[in-house]
Write a protein that binds this ligand. Structure first.
Ligand code: ADP
Ligand code: MG
Length: 304
């Protein structure tokens, strides 16, 4: 992976008294699909608006390919493609006209435009709708249309806010292939989702946003990591034993339980060592690390 394509530097954003983003720092490198996951109201859409320059943070700055967004609005808009809110202004256009219009705006070479537009109409599975006006499209169809538009404008960075709402599985899987090819050419796709299951298989890395803060950052190379909860009568002693095992990271020590993070393959060794040390174990519970982190973010959000 290359340089930081997006660098969010201590960004805080208020809407009146609502703090939508709270001192967020995040750097996202090119050449990957990056996820921003979090429950509704976490600040995902606001973060996208600050990255694409549609809204100004109260504090902090976002840098897109090294350029501060607040000083380089036009330049940033050229690099960054974001799904528009449903674009009523274009309602009278057909899908074909709409995509051609944006391909021209996106400075696609004129002789390539028609071919590319047709490719994308096919990619999003909307050949039957090509000459229908956008006006009658469902939310799912509009979302597909906007994904095509994002790619046709030749942007280096594509921000997709909740693309999985109303997208069916077949289309989603097809798009995944294009996303992968596309980022391998050194571009960056950032996807937000409130639904971890839908988005997880798409991303290489992701951040979890909760109540306007980045609470975790996880790489998919961690996907075989587990969170183990050991319930015991001697939490302190158990923590000492576990801490001595290679690749085991202690997460917390409570009155009657110890939580550790480790690779799945380490679990038998852990159990063996605890038994050898004569620990009294009531329960060993295993959870997938990524799911456990996300559940924790959801729980914190509810406590708001
Ligand atoms: P998400 O996209 O993760 O659901 P948002 O960024 O839309 O979260 O919202 C974050 C917080 O900011 C929420 O509390 C939301 O109500 C508030 N918010 C978002 N946009 C506005 C706005 N234009 N005016 C007032 N409050 C807003
Ligand atoms: Mg949102």
């Amino acid at each position: 992976m290359g340089t930081a394509n997006i660098y969010v530097d201590r960004v805080t954003k208020y809407y009146g008294r609502v703090r939508a983003l709270d001192n967020v720092s995040l750097s996202i490198e090119e050449g990957q699909i990056f996820g921003i996951f979090g429950p509704n109201g976490a600040g995902k859409s606001t973060l996208f608006r600050t990255i694409s320059g549609l809204t100004r943070p109260n504090y902090g700055e976002v840098f897109v390919r090294g350029a501060p967004v607040s000083l380089n609005y036009t330049r940033v808009r050229r690099h960054v493609s974001q799904l528009l809110e449903l674009p009523e202004v274009y309602d009278y256009m057909t899908l074909w006209e709409y995509l051609r219009f944006f391909a021209r705006m996106g400075k696609v070479e004129p002789r390539l435009i028609d071919g590319l537009v047709w490719d994308w109409i096919m990619n999003i599975g909307m050949i039957d709708q090509a000459h229908q006006p956008i006006r009658g499209f469902s939310i799912g169809q509009r979302q597909r249309m906007e994904i095509a538009r994002a790619f046709l404008t030749n942007a280096k960075i594509v921000l997709l806010d909740e693309p999985f709402i109303a997208l069916d599985i077949a289309i989603t899987e097809r798009l995944h292939r294009y996303f992968d090819d596309w980022v391998r050419e050194g571009r960056l796709i950032v996807i937000t989702s409130h639904n971890l299951d839908a988005a997880l298989k798409f991303v290489d890395e992701f951040a979890i946003l909760s109540r306007g803060r980045v609470v975790d950052r996880v790489s998919m190379t961690d996907q075989h990591e587990v969170l183990i909860t050991v319930r015991t009568d001697d939490a302190a002693g158990t923590a000492v034993t576990l801490e001595g095992i290679e690749n085991v990271v202690i997460q917390s020590v409570g009155a009657t339980d110890v939580k550790v993070q480790c690779g799945q393959e380490t679990v038998p060794e852990m159990v063996k060592r605890l038994v050898e040390d004569g620990a009294v174990i009531y329960e060993v519970r295993e959870e997938n690390l990524i799911e456990a982190l996300y559940r924790r973010a959801l729980k914190n959000a509810r406590r708001r």
